[in-house]
Design a protein around this ligand. Structure first.
Ligand SMILES: [Zn+2]
Length: 595
């Protein structure tokens, strides 16, 4: 018997089902692998640890009434948790749909959600009601009859105190003989994505959305029996039942006619992935055409136009296991490239580091550059595309390899590259908070590698942790302010005012070079603070002489260092910025070189 619902167990929407209770010939038929049902009083009780489940729920209930006055009489409890800090989902005596927290702090108004519209205004004799919870978001839902899809009656975006999971659900009035309202069916799913359970969608008709390839994301499709429109719902990841990340293959579309409507993250914001890319062969990528970007409620819900008959579609230009394999196959033949496994992820996937240098010259005589990519979601692995233009530049300028070593980790979060997701690791932690404590297999792999080098007398001179996120203006660097270098954090690291001033001067020179060569304009940058948590923080204090930055690559725009204007991100732009980044680093390093 399964005791969990997670990214491995869910293949189809029904795999989210927590339980179902159905009235059949006057008796309640119960089915669940996770809850037990007690009759007196009626209660559904979770049999496993709540940590085994997503912190989300969709509860759906079919109710039957004899006449509308049943809705406007007494309060009717559909389901509740009678614990002192529990909740109550009910119809009030005006027919409003209500969700209320029992613990009324801080005020009654803040502990209750009310549909405002009385159900008596629109429902038939058999109708559906329900709610969803994800984080602090609550939706109240209803459908006028059992077969209609649920509509959102009311939304509370920031409902403080909502339970993260529903371990106990008591349908108190299940067998209340005096009630003129009857519960015909009560079903719960471990996702707030209620749209997946509304039926009504047709069969595919020639056009299919597939995930049968390496690196494909999880998703669910709703077909409508034609090739006009397909709804794509992003699927479960490590912590949530939806994701920013999408990577699928569409076949049999009608070019410029088929439309794909993307239902992304539950919060309704584009956040990390506002633009999409498509490819015929997974090698050459183009920006997808968004016909519409939001739904009528203003939530991000892009409608994309099919650019071809068969194509890949992704929330970024993917660099995943397939791309890593291709690049390492190609590069391992080069005499100046060494490929090492420096650690393994939580799920034991190898983390690869490429070391680029001329091995005939001892490393202790060289300068050392470390670039890491992809601590987070697959969309953040964009920076790995910098590797090839950097290699091409070094091939043309081999003498540099006698003076520098470039260490490049294309993908840190290999598990997230494999499964897709929003960027935490399998332990549900943000690895970019785990460089000082809570060390993760991913961070300790990298730390140990560089610690070993330190023992051999090798210091890192320049470090960049490369991330990506869609809605940034161009590609911002995250830097420490000048004040940081004279502040208390680094008092013991920089041995005096002169040292600190030297570092500030070096930083400004680095920023100037990054703007000049890579288009990373100072005006676009973000001033970050030292948090004793991030990769950038670790390298900042472990190597006092080094430059240490984070870089956020926007997927929307970049500033072209040659044309001196903002342009749309594409594969060519990644080549330009990648090569420029290396040139800027090399220029900095040679300016620092003694003599
Ligand atoms: Zn990130």
């Amino acid at each position: 018997m399964p005791n969990t619902i997670n990214y491995k167990t869910v293949r189809k929407p029904q795999d989210f089902r927590l339980f179902s209770l159905v009235r059949k010939k006057g008796r309640m038929a119960f089915a669940s692998a996770f809850y037990k049902f007690t009759k007196d009083p009626p209660a559904l009780v979770l049999m496993h640890k709540k940590e085994n489940f997503y912190p989300e729920i969709y509860l759906e209930c079919v109710l039957q009434i004899n006449d509308l006055s049943a809705l406007m009489k007494n309060e009717f409890i559909i389901a509740e948790d009678t614990a002192y800090d529990g909740w109550k989902f009910y119809l009030d005596r005006y027919g409003h749909l209500m969700f209320q927290l029992r613990d009324k702090a801080p005020s009654y108004e803040e502990s209750v959600a009310i549909s405002h519209l009385s159900l008596a205004t629109f429902v038939g004799m058999t109708f559906k009601v329900g709610f969803t919870v994800s984080g602090t978001k609550l939706l109240l839902l209803a459908a006028k009859d059992e077969r209609q899809p649920m509509e959102v009656l009311f939304t509370v975006e920031d409902f403080k105190g909502l339970p993260p999971f529903f371990s106990k659900i008591e349908p108190t009035h299940l067998e209340n003989k005096s009630s003129r309202i009857r519960i015909q069916r009560l079903t719960a799913y471990n996702t707030a994505r209620f749209e997946l359970f509304q039926g009504g969608a047709g069969k595919p008709n020639g056009c299919l959305v597939k995930t049968d390839f390496s690196g494909a994301s999880r998703m669910f499709c709703a077909y409508h029996g034609n090739r006009e429109l397909i709804d794509i719902y992003t699927g479960p990841e490590f912590c949530n039942t939806t994701s920013y990340w999408l990577f699928v293959r569409v076949t049999g579309a009608v070019k410029s006619k088929t439309k794909l409507r993307i239902h992304q993250h539950l919060d309704g914001r584009p956040n990390m992935c506002p633009v999409f890319f498509w490819s015929l062969d997974r090698k050459k990528w183009f920006r997808a055409n968004s016909l519409k970007v939001t739904d009528e409620r203003g939530a991000f819900n892009p409608l994309l136009e099919a650019p071809a008959r068969d194509f890949y579609l992704a929330s970024s230009i993917p660099f995943l296991e397939t791309e890593l394999r291709q690049v390492t196959q190609q590069l391992k033949r080069l005499p100046f490239v060494q490929i090492t496994n420096i650690g393994r992820t939580v799920e034991k996937r190898d983390i690869k580091l490429l070391k680029l240098t001329d091995s005939t010259v001892p490393d202790v005589e060289k300068k050392h550059i470390a670039l890491i990519c992809g601590q987070h979601s697959p969309m953040e692995m964009l920076g790995a595309h910098f590797l090839m233009p950097m290699v091409d530049y070094l091939k043309k300028n081999k003498a540099i390899l006698q003076q520098v070593v470039l260490y490049f980790v294309p993908i840190v979060n290999m598990d997230c590259a494999h499964w897709g997701g929003n960027g935490l690791n399998v332990n549900k932690l943000n690895t970019n908070r785990c460089w000082f404590k809570d060390l993760q297999p991913e961070t300790s792999g990298i730390l140990n590698y560089f610690k070993k080098l330190k023992h051999k007398g090798i210091q890192v001179d320049y470090f960049i942790d490369i991330h990506a996120g869609g809605t940034f203006r161009n590609h911002p660097l995250v830097t420490y302010s000048d004040n940081f270098y004279v502040g208390p954090t680094v008092k013991n690291i920089f041995k005096g005012k002169a040292d600190a001033q030297k570092m500030i001067h070096k930083k400004h020179r680095a920023l100037k070079l990054l703007e000049q060569y890579a288009g990373l304009r100072t005006i676009d940058h973000i001033e970050g603070s030292f948090r004793r948590a991030l990769a950038q923080d670790y390298f900042r204090i472990a190597y006092p002489e080094a430059m240490a930055f984070s870089l956020e690559l926007g997927t929307s725009s970049y500033f072209d260092p040659i044309k001196k204007e903002s342009k749309v991100v594409d594969q060519q732009s990644l080549r330009i910025v990648g090569e420029g980044l290396l040139k800027a680093i090399l220029a900095q390093i040679s300016a620092d070189a003694p003599g």
